[in-house]
Ligand binder design. Structure first.
Ligand SMILES: Cc1cc2nc3c(=O)[nH]c(=O)nc-3n(C[C@H](O)[C@H](O)[C@H](O)COP(=O)(O)OP(=O)(O)OC[C@H]3O[C@@H](n4cnc5c(N)ncnc54)[C@H](O)[C@@H]3O)c2cc1C
Length: 346
């Protein structure tokens, strides 16, 4: 079988391809820029055993070498499908950098994703875990996801309900779908010249009020979000990490009341599903992990939810550390933390 435009390289270090900066090797590695090459993926999967679709590598932890082929997504292009006075519909190729897309939308005055500024990674990975930040989730603006079914060799379309979006979840993240779909395009519905904004979360409004231009528009919301993120989150170029390592747990109201008796200061946010969301960062901090360095890893001093690589950590070391954090939270609060980061090999 020939691979027209995909050049397969053997025994490649994945260190430049993951924001944790973990040294792990892939048996084989190829860059995919042309949709035609998707039809080769099944045979490559058979040849190399396993397949991993990799975007920006900002939500993965390599716990071992990858015995299979890594396909690095570089599909590009933004297409306007339709528009009216209110909305614009855009089909964005999955390899487009997420933040560049956000900046493009802001420049055109299309609203809906400005609060999601500076999230690393690709457009194609955004529906994967339904990225969210500062009171907004990407599911609010996605109308369709197009994915190539590698086994069947066909393109499939998922409308918003079929994506089964939930908090940091989608159908594509389900264990049975790992390595099954290559998301090729995401269709967004953005608002043209928006007049309502979401500035209530965190310090967005405060930063805008304090700025010289206190009228609210997409650009200064984005700039406020960028400012907050740069202050709070470690830059992976300086300190390896994959953002939040754990999800914020949702517990029952009964469990919340029991905890509140012992920890009256516990932050808790009632949800519409009858459960209560607890910030994982608070739980981790109150187990003493915030800013604690353990060997080559530890929890960041500004944001306990972020586990960092101080330079030479292995994926196993970080995994073990994360397990210790989980165990201590379970022991102290009887809450089981779920990981947000994707462990590879899966
Ligand atoms: C500093 C920092 C801050 C972050 N902040 C946030 C935040 O605020 N909110 C948030 O939600 N996330 C955040 N993240 C996590 C991460 O940026 C997002 O999850 C992002 O969407 C991952 O994109 P990626 O292209 O890097 O995905 P990758 O890490 O390359 O892949 C992640 C998973 O998706 C799969 N995948 C990727 N592309 C495709 C595709 N085209 N088709 C099928 N499967 C695919 C991979 O196989 C893997 O399982 C942060 C990460 C960092 C490092």
């Amino acid at each position: 079988m020939t691979h027209p435009s995909m050049k397969i390289k053997k025994h490649i270090s994945l260190k430049p391809y993951n924001t944790f900066g973990i040294e792990a090797y892939a048996d084989a590695f190829a860059i995919l820029e042309d949709k035609e090459d998707l039809f080769l993926l099944q045979s490559l999967k058979e040849q190399y055993g396993k397949i991993l679709i990799l975007g920006g590598g900002s939500n993965v932890l390599f716990t071992d070498n990858f015995k299979g082929i890594v396909i690095h997504n570089q599909l590009s292009g933004i297409e306007i499908l339709s528009q009216d006075d209110q909305y614009i519909h855009l089909k964005v190729a999955s390899g487009v950098n997420w933040h560049s897309f956000v900046l493009h939308a802001i420049k055109k005055n299309w609203g809906g994703i400005e609060n999601l500024s500076l999230i690393p990674g690709t457009v194609g990975a955004a529906p994967m875990q339904n990225i969210g930040a500062y009171g907004v989730e990407v599911k609010n603006v996605i109308t369709k996801v197009t994915a190539f079914n590698i086994e069947k060799g066909i393109f499939e379309e998922f409308d918003n309900p079929s994506c089964q979006f939930a908090y940091r979840e989608s159908i594509f993240k389900h264990p049975e779908n790992k390595g099954k779909y290559f998301i090729t395009d995401v269709t967004f519905q953005l608002i043209k010249n928006p007049t309502t904004f979401n500035t209530s979360y965190g310090d967005i409004q405060k930063i805008i009020d304090a700025s010289q231009d206190s009228t609210i528009h997409l650009k200064n919301i984005s700039e406020a979000v960028i400012k907050i993120r740069q202050q709070k989150l470690p830059d992976p170029k300086e300190l390896g990490n994959a953002g939040s390592f754990f999800k914020n747990p949702e517990i029952t109201n009964e469990e919340t009341n029991i905890l509140l008796k012992e920890y009256p200061q516990l932050p808790h946010y009632p949800l519409s599903n009858g459960k209560t969301k607890i910030p994982a960062a608070w739980l981790i901090e109150h187990c003493g992990w915030k800013g604690l360095k353990v060997g080559n890893t530890g929890n960041h001093c500004q944001q306990a939810l972020v586990i960092v690589n101080y330079g030479k950590a292995t994926g196993q070391e970080i995994k073990l550390h994360a397990q210790n954090v989980q165990e201590s939270v379970l022991k102290k609060f009887n809450i089981s933390l779920q990981t947000e980061v994707n462990f590879i090999p899966y």
